[in-house]
Design a protein around this ligand. Structure first.
Ligand code: SAH
Length: 369
């Protein structure tokens, strides 16, 4: 039994079952034993791999995206470049290197990293130190000083806790985590119907609601509208309203039971982009996309960037660049449905209302409603 499981069992025995949302929040973020507090999970030797770790091209193109967006903002003399959940700091490091083509952009920015993991903060420090940038770390978005800001979030919203509601006996009941006869953590349902949920449902339908993500999106939308700036969010997710649950636990690149060994596995859900877009619009912001990651990176010029990198590369390096290109943006020889990031991952941008379509979203319908 993990130390966190012992704590959870005690908590449940004392005060009754906890919501899935609380379980996820503790499994990922418990101050001492939470997964993101203790693990350096990302990378080949960790539990999962992310786009910036697959290729430098990902962070570089996002760096150039930020330069363009800063120009669209009217090139403010001072602004914050913020990353939410920066992992090993690879994306930010590659972005800042690519942005050297715009010295006025670099001179205007200070870097803010929102990160709860202390081991990852150390990796980020190592990735960025000695580069001449002012870098500050924060536990939440609320701590970022006022002013215009560009926010980047890759695989961040998927790590925020969700609630599940199951349709049973003519209404929605919240999914809870309790303890079974053998003393193991188990899923159950709250006794009362949630009368605040208006959605209709069939027996056993599941509604997954990312309340934390929606709150954060509202907060970011309000900030962008009132103080200027933009947000770029990239995640495994879906654009159409959908039913059903998407909670998954991953450990050492394998799917595991979400209730087994809390604190040892990464828990994520697929991001509901429709709901996120509604939250940002509700805050008065404009939403661009979602567009599939492959389309976004192709429009930003990932194929051209790969060709340039290949010119100076050995045959082995060129093969690696092509493989990375396939995983991030294409369906070539390296195509694998299970890791088809090009289509499964989606990208949205949030801006002020009177704002040109940012790079990569030019043809995506811009919704003002
Ligand atoms: N963007 C990185 C890492 C993705 S993993 C990449 O693409 O490689 C999720 C990241 O978000 C990790 O850095 C994790 O520590 C951080 N994180 C998760 N939940 C968080 C929260 N509630 N507040 C701040 N950071 C969080």
């Amino acid at each position: 039994m993990t130390a966190l499981e012992a704590i959870l069992r005690e908590m449940i025995l004392e005060s009754g079952p906890i919501s899935l949302e609380r379980y996820m929040a503790l499994a990922l973020g418990h101050p001492v034993h939470g997964y993101y507090r203790t693990k350096v999970a990302i990378g080949a030797e960790g539990d999962f791999i992310t786009a910036p770790e697959i290729s430098q091209m990902f962070g570089e193109l996002i760096g150039l995206w930020c330069v363009e967006v800063w120009r669209l903002m009217g090139a403010p003399e001072a602004f914050h470049l913020v990353e939410l959940g920066p992992g090993r700091g690879t994306l930010m490091s590659d972005a800042l290197r690519a942005a050297r083509i715009a010295p006025d952009f670099l001179a205007a920015l200070d870097v803010h990293l929102v990160e709860i993991s202390l081991p990852l903060r150390e990796r980020q420090r190592a990735a960025l130190e000695g580069r001449g940038f002012k870098v500050a770390w924060h536990a939440s978005v609320s701590e970022i000083p006022p002013g215009p800001a560009i926010f980047v979030a890759n695989e961040f919203f998927d790590a925020l806790p969700v609630r599940h509601y199951v349709h049973r006996d003519g209404g929605w009941r919240e999914r809870l985590v309790g303890i079974d006869e053998e003393g193991r953590l188990t899923f159950g349902l709250g006794a009362a119907h949630e009368t605040a949920i208006a959605a209709s449902g069939e027996p056993d339908d599941i509604l997954e609601v990312g309340v934390a993500a929606l709150r954060l999106m509202t907060q970011l939308g309000v900030r962008i509208v009132t103080q200027g700036g933009a947000l770029l969010a990239i995640d495994y997710g879906y654009g159409e309203p959908a039913r059903g649950e998407t909670l998954q636990a991953v450990r050492a690149h394998q799917f595991v039971d979400p209730l087994a060994d809390p604190g040892e596995a990464d828990l994520t859900t697929h991001v509901n982009f429709t709901a996120l877009a509604r939250a940002a619009k509700g805050a008065g912001a404009a939403v661009h996309g979602p567009v599939p990651q492959g389309q976004f990176l192709t429009r930003l010029g990932i194929f051209e960037r790969a060709a340039i990198l290949e010119r100076g590369a050995t045959p082995e390096q060129a093969a690696a660049i092509n493989k990375a290109l396939d995983r991030l943006a294409g369906e070539g020889p390296g195509f694998d449905v299970a890791t088809d990031m090009a289509r499964l991952f989606k990208v949205i941008a949030v801006t002020q209302r009177e704002f040109d379509a940012p790079p990569g979203f030019e043809e995506a319908a811009r919704e003002r409603a």
